[in-house]
Write a protein that binds this ligand. Structure first.
Ligand SMILES: *Cc1c(COP(=O)(O)O)cnc(C)c1O
Length: 438
């Protein structure tokens, strides 16, 4: 007998604990039981379809059940599913590392499984670098206000979301937060450029005081995702690069959410013409198929660990490091970028979607309407309490899967979305906004 949505919900409630959720709230707002997916659509156990407007938490690039990624995985399954990467190596991990190096100008990829583990790797590597160089006191970190870098203990220490941190504060290491360049925080009339430069002055003041005890500055380049898609001018990154060089502090670019074309360029740092010392990648790296993350570094970092002494080597490992299946999915993703001219096609799609969104952007309840690459966001003025949850539920009833962050509504669709689907996304959102009480 086929299981219904209700059956799965019931068993789900008893058997598991959902991420980022108060389980009690799920009694009123149950999760969506998903049976299958196709392109940008999710399908429940009763055949109802939902347009995935947030790419399944920002991971999906080329749709669910993508034929080309599926074929690569099937092929890899017949060869080797996994092998230890300590003392072994394999084709998929070597090829992926070579191609990521060619794309980023950074090298020696170190792999983890999730975004947070990439953050941990970058933080540990930066600290260990300074220790190997004879500066063991340089072990502190600076991050941006409202920044998000994951929720394991090291990553949470550089994350600045009070709700996520408070309960675990006693477990975290202390870090410094510096003014965010997020343009929403600018004075009235202040340009994104000017505001970014003002934020950079604040960074310089902090570095001037604390560079001696600081290993690295970690940033989300161009878009502070979890802060509600806060966007900022690339001049901030250019200035941060100069300041990190001047003060002898590493720059860690957390491109976990923005990498792989999300901001319009393959990597967000390209828009500021900078190269970070460390780049963290995950989420879109496998097209949303399998957990994989990666940290790429400048050669000077690698060189500081290259030695006869084991203790000077980078001491970190995960069982699934460089998993061949995940690497094959990532290679298939890079092939699609090459073969389909994805960045150019996305520019054309974004222009069309901007057209669709004109009425929404001009709506009297919409504030700070913004767009970068394949991300769109705005705040809803006078949003009622529990707006995000309520909007999410009402959208589901109209076949749209969207999850506002606080008062921020954002679209981050899979790149395979077509014009009709973009129109659906904008018209449903406009309808729901009209019906949102003040
Ligand atoms: C999602 C995210 C992370 C954490 O990745 P997980 O895979 O969820 O651990 C880190 N940094 C940024 C910028 C992210 O968006």
């Amino acid at each position: 007998m086929d299981m219904s949505n209700a059956d799965w919900l019931d068993r789900s409630r008893r058997a598991l604990w959902h991420p980022c959720s108060q389980m009690k709230h799920l009694e009123q707002a149950p999760p969506l039981p998903i049976a299958s997916g196709s392109g940008p659509w999710l399908v429940d156990y009763e055949g109802q379809r939902y347009l995935d407007a947030i790419s399944s938490w920002w991971v999906n690039l080329f749709g669910h059940a993508n034929a080309r990624i599926n074929a690569a995985l099937r092929d890899q399954l017949e060869r080797i599913e996994h092998v230890i990467l300590a003392g072994c190596t394999h084709g998929p991990v070597v090829e992926l590392s070579e191609r990521l190096a060619a794309l980023t100008g950074l090298g020696h990829a170190f792999y983890g499984s999730d975004g947070a583990s990439a953050t941990e790797i970058a933080l540990k590597m930066s600290t260990h670098y300074w220790r190997n160089q004879g500066h063991p006191q340089k072990h502190g970190f600076i991050s941006l206000k409202n920044g998000y870098h994951g929720e394991t203990l090291g990553a949470l220490s550089v994350t600045d979301v009070p709700l996520f941190k408070e309960a675990y504060a006693s477990l975290l290491c202390s870090t410094r937060q510096v003014m965010s360049p997020d343009w929403r925080l600018a004075e009235a009339g202040e340009s994104a450029h000017d505001y970014a430069l003002r934020a950079a002055v604040s960074l310089e003041m902090l570095l001037a005081q604390h560079a001696d005890e600081t290993a690295a500055l970690i940033v989300e380049p161009l878009v502070q995702g979890a802060a509600g898609m806060g966007m900022y001018h690339p001049v901030y990154l250019a200035r941060a690069r100069q300041l990190c060089d001047a003060y002898g502090v590493h720059l860690i670019a957390d491109e976990i959410a923005v990498g792989f074309g999300r901001t319009g360029t393959m990597f967000a740092c390209e828009q500021a013409n900078i190269r970070a010392d460390f780049m963290c990648l995950s989420k879109g790296i496998t097209g949303g198929y399998l957990p994989l993350s990666c940290v790429l570094t400048q050669d000077a970092v690698y060189a500081a660990f290259y030695d006869d002494a084991t203790a000077r080597g980078f001491l970190h490992s995960h069982s699934y490091t460089g998993n061949p299946l995940a690497c094959r999915a990532a290679l298939a993703v890079l092939d699609i970028f090459d073969e389909d001219g994805v960045l150019q096609a996305n520019r054309e799609k974004a222009a069309l979607f901007n057209q669709c969104l004109l009425p929404l952007a001009a709506h009297r309840r919409v504030r700070h309407f913004r767009h970068l690459g394949m991300i769109w966001a705005f705040e809803v003025a006078n949003a009622p309490p529990a707006f995000a949850q309520d909007f999410h539920q009402r959208a589901l009833a109209k076949g749209l899967f969207i999850r506002p962050i606080g008062d921020t509504v954002y679209f981050m669709p899979p790149y395979v979305i077509d014009v009709a689907e973009m129109q659906l996304m904008s018209s449903v959102t406009l309808e729901l906004l009209e019906a949102t009480p003040e």
